[in-house]
Design a protein around this ligand. Structure first.
Ligand code: RRO
Length: 316
């Protein structure tokens, strides 16, 4: 049997598969469903200090190929999740709190509440794409650096960052440098691509209403983009920061692609939205089958081990 146990600091993820923030994680019942499934951990919906209704509906749309959302951080507020975690710790699986401030001070207030909670780790969301009139925090390197330095001083639990996708190698180099300097404990790659849309040709309408029909794109169509992010970041991290791969994992083979690129933990978003928590079991069985076929004693032996193709005998 291949060992399939991931780590963030001392926290053990067995198996290292969980929901992505945003899917099956807004209520205590949602989180309970994840913890009762074969997932090895759960992540909350990104929480803010106060509860939020979020953006007007329709605000989420999905097909077999992709999802687009402009939810606008609907969540029950930090106090709710702190209370829920107190009850859910009985499942003895790691619980990750995802949090975001609407301004930088809110990040600090959230960190104080979460530091005292039963959550095992904190995923700092610097990449929500759907707040009208607001830029994504992690596209402003100076601001991101300042927020992370301040948070690092306040948070002793394992603290990670969820980043947006970047489209420049230089930007990835710059943000990777900051994450190494701040010494974050994990990085989740990536939040949805911020400028997606879906058009319903019959109705001649955009599928979602908020923000002019534009929202975060995820799912199968997003997977090659995320694999590129993971590959580039892991070359900077050189194994010093664990990467949680999130983007287009629907099958065991997709998890294996994320692993080869450099992820050692895995989150499922769009496919979980479509198929429900039984999907964890299916992905786990398929991934284990691949590990066994490859004769691995630990899956981590393949982390970041993707090779370049041989230039011989190639037509293009
Ligand atoms: O709630 C959202 O609109 C949302 C968030 Br916080 C996020 O981080 N990523 C996303 O695609 N949607």
């Amino acid at each position: 049997m291949t060992e399939f146990i991931g780590f963030i600091g001392d926290i053990k993820f067995h198996p290292p598969i969980m929901n992505a923030s945003g899917v099956l994680c807004t209520t205590e019942e949602d989180l309970q469903a994840v913890l009762e499934s074969r997932a090895g951990a759960c992540v909350t919906k990104t929480m803010t200090l106060e509860p939020r209704e979020g953006n007007p509906k329709p605000r989420c749309f999905w097909t077999q190929d992709f999802s687009v959302n402009s939810m606008g951080i609907p969540n029950k507020g930090v106090e709710y999740y702190v209370e829920a975690a107190r009850r859910l710790k009985k499942y003895q699986k790691p619980m990750i709190a995802s949090m975001a401030g609407l301004q930088k001070e809110e990040y600090f207030l959230l960190s104080e509440k979460l530091e005292k909670s039963d959550f095992h780790a904190i995923e700092v969301n610097l990449s929500c794409p759907n707040l009208e009139g607001k830029e994504i925090f992690a596209y402003d390197f100076q601001l991101a650096k300042e927020v992370l330095y301040q948070l690092r001083k306040r948070i002793s639990k394992p603290m990670g960052v969820k980043l947006p996708p970047y489209s420049s190698r230089y930007h990835i180099q710059e943000i990777a440098k900051i994450l190494l300097e701040v010494s974050v404990d994990f990085v989740s790659l990536s939040n949805s691509f911020p400028l997606g849309t879906a058009i319903l040709s019959e109705k001649e309408e955009t599928a979602i209403l908020p923000n002019g029909g534009i929202g975060g794109l995820g799912g199968k169509a997003f997977r090659p983009i995320v694999l590129g992010q993971i590959l580039l970041f892991q070359r900077h991290f050189k194994g010093q920061i664990p990467i949680i791969g999130v983007g287009g994992i629907e099958k065991g083979v997709h998890l294996y692609e994320h692993l080869l690129a450099g992820a050692s933990l895995f989150q499922i978003g769009t496919a979980l939205l479509r198929e429900g928590p039984f999907l964890f079991q299916k992905i786990l069985e398929e991934a284990n089958h691949i590990f066994q076929q490859k004769g691995l004693s630990s899956y981590r032996d393949k982390c970041g081990k993707v090779k370049a193709p041989s230039p011989k005998d190639q037509k293009e």
